[in-house]
Design a protein around this ligand. Structure first.
Ligand code: TRH
Length: 385
C-alpha cells in the first residue's frame, strides 16, 4: 500500500460530545497546522453553536466558512461526496462517515488516518502512541496518536509564539490593566488575590467559598457564566447574576465572566494568581500560564479520572518528592477531584503558592522539551505503514 508522505492537506473531524474540550483541542490544532505548518486544513464540526462559544467569528448558519486560515465545515448527517485530504484526524474516536472512509479506501495513495486520543499521563500512553490498527475490511490503516507528558508521546499543543505573548503580557502592567478593564474590573489591589474557577458540577465550591470568605486576604474569584451555577446560588442564597454580575460575602467577591474567546481565556489564566482548570485543554493552557494551578479531570465511571489524576501528580511532582509544596498540591488536588471538604487542605496549598509558581515555571520548561503536539502530528505519517 502507498501512503501519503507528510500530508499537505488535512481533514479534522470533531464531534462535540459535551463541554468544550473536544472542539477546544481540535480548533487549536487546526489553526496551528494551518498557521505554523502551512497546511491546508478543513475542520468538520457537528456542533457550531458550541464552537461559537470559544470562537465568536463562527457563523452557525453556514455549512462552509473560512475562519483564521481554516476551512470550517458543518458536519451533518448527509455527508457530501468529496475527495479526502492526505492526512485525516478522527478526533477522540468520533467515527468518520462511512462514505468518507470508502473514498479513503478508493484513493490510489491512501490518506494517513490518525485517531487522536485523549490526553493522559498514564505510563501505557507512551507504549500505545503510534500503534497501527489495520482495517479488517478495507485497505486502510488507522494509527493512534496519544498526546501526553513524556517524550515518547505526542506531547501537548503549544503555539510557537505562546511564550512570547505570555511573557510580554505578564511583564506589562498596562496590558493587564486593559485586560481587567475589558472584563469590567479594576487592576487587583495590593492585598487582593484573583482566582479563575473552571470546574465540573460535583466540586465543593461552596465549602471553598466559605474559606475564602473568612480569610483576611481579599479574594476575587472569576467564574465563567454557566459554571458552578447551583453551588454559587446555594452559597449566596440568590440566583446567579448574568455575566458582569458580582456577589460578595466577607473577603470574597465572585465575578461572573462571559465565556471568553480562547485567546482571552489564556490572558485570564496569565493574569490570575491561581487557576482552577478542568478536562484537557484548559488544563494544558494553565500549565503554560506558569501560575499555581488546580486540575480536575473530566469525571468518568469507576474512578478512571482519579487514576489519571494520580498519574499526572506522579509526573508533575516527580522531582519534588517529599517536599511540603508537592504534598500540599497533591492533597488539595485529590480532595478537589474527589469532592472532599477542602478546609483541611486549602490553607497548606495556598501557603505554598510562591513555591508552586516556581515549580510551574520549571515544569513548563521540561514540558517543552518533550516536543510539541501539532509539529509531532504533522510529521507523524511515514511513507509506508
Ligand atoms: O470543557 P471541558 O470540560 O472539556 C472536556 C474535556 O476535554 C474532556 O477531556 C473531554 O472528555 C470532555 O470535554 C468531553 O474542559 P477543557 O478540555 O478545558 O475545554 C474547555 C475549552 O474551552 C478550552 O479550549 C478552553 C475553552 N474556554 C474558552 O475558550 N473560554 C472560556 O471562557 C472557558 C471557560 C473555556
Amino acid at each position: 500500500m502507498t501512503y501519503m508522505p507528510q500530508p499537505k492537506s488535512w481533514d479534522l473531524f470533531c464531534r462535540v460530545v459535551d463541554n468544550y474540550g473536544d472542539i477546544g483541542v481540535c480548533w487549536r490544532l487546526a489553526r496551528q497546522l494551518a498557521d505554523e505548518h502551512g497546511l491546508r486544513v478543513r475542520l468538520w464540526v457537528d456542533d457550531l453553536a458550541a464552537f461559537r462559544r470559544i470562537c465568536p467569528d463562527i457563523d452557525e448558519a453556514l455549512a462552509v466558512q473560512a475562519c483564521r486560515g481554516v476551512e470550517v465545515r458543518h458536519w451533518t448527517e448527509s455527508f457530501p461526496g468529496i475527495e479526502p485530504a492526505q492526512g485525516v484526524v478522527e478526533a477522540f474516536a468520533c467515527e468518520l462517515p462511512e462514505r468518507y472512509i470508502r473514498s479513503m479506501a478508493a484513493s490510489a495513495a491512501k490518506p494517513c488516518w490518525i485517531n487522536l486520543e485523549y490526553l493522559s499521563a498514564e505510563d501505557w500512553v507512551g507504549e500505545c502512541h503510534g500503534l497501527a490498527s489495520p482495517s479488517p475490511r478495507l485497505p486502510l490503516t488507522k494509527r493512534f496518536f496519544f498526546p501526553g507528558f513524556a517524550p515518547n508521546t505526542g506531547g501537548v499543543l503549544m503555539e510557537r509564539d505562546l511564550s512570547a505573548r505570555r511573557q510580554s503580557f505578564q511583564q506589562d502592567a498596562v496590558a493587564q490593566a486593559v485586560f481587567w478593564q475589558q472584563l469590567g474590573l479594576a487592576a487587583p489591589g495590593a492585598a487582593e488575590s484573583r482566582i479563575a474557577l473552571f470546574c465540573y458540577p460535583g466540586s465543593l465550591v461552596g465549602e471553598l467559598f466559605a474559606l475564602w470568605r473568612d480569610q483576611v486576604e481579599q479574594m476575587t474569584c472569576l467564574v465563567p457564566e454557566g459554571i458552578a451555577g447551583e453551588a454559587i446560588a446555594a452559597f449566596f442564597g440568590q440566583a446567579v447574576p448574568p455575566a458582569g454580575g458580582t456577589l460578595r460575602r466577607g473577603s470574597l467577591e465572585v465575578r461572573i465572566l462571559p465565556f471568553l474567546e480562547q485567546h482571552q481565556f489564556d490572558r485570564l489564566l496569565w493574569a490570575c494568581d491561581c487557576n482552577f482548570v478542568r478536562g484537557e485543554d484548559s488544563f494544558v493552557r494553565a500549565q503554560w500560564a506558569l501560575k499555581p494551578l488546580v486540575w480536575q479531570p473530566y469525571p468518568q465511571a469507576e474512578g478512571v479520572h482519579l487514576r489519571k489524576l494520580d498519574a499526572f501528580l506522579r509526573t508533575y511532582c516527580r522531582d519534588q518528592s517529599g517536599n511540603a509544596a508537592q504534598q500540599a498540591l497533591s492533597r488539595f488536588w485529590q480532595a478537589w477531584s474527589r469532592g472532599e471538604a477542602p478546609a483541611a487542605v486549602w490553607p497548606a496549598f495556598w501557603a505554598q503558592r510562591a513555591e508552586l509558581a516556581q515549580h510551574a515555571a520549571k515544569w513548563a520548561v521540561s514540558l517543552q522539551e518533550n516536543g510539541e503536539m501539532a509539529a509531532k502530528l504533522a510529521e507523524f505519517c511515514p511513507n509506508r505503514l
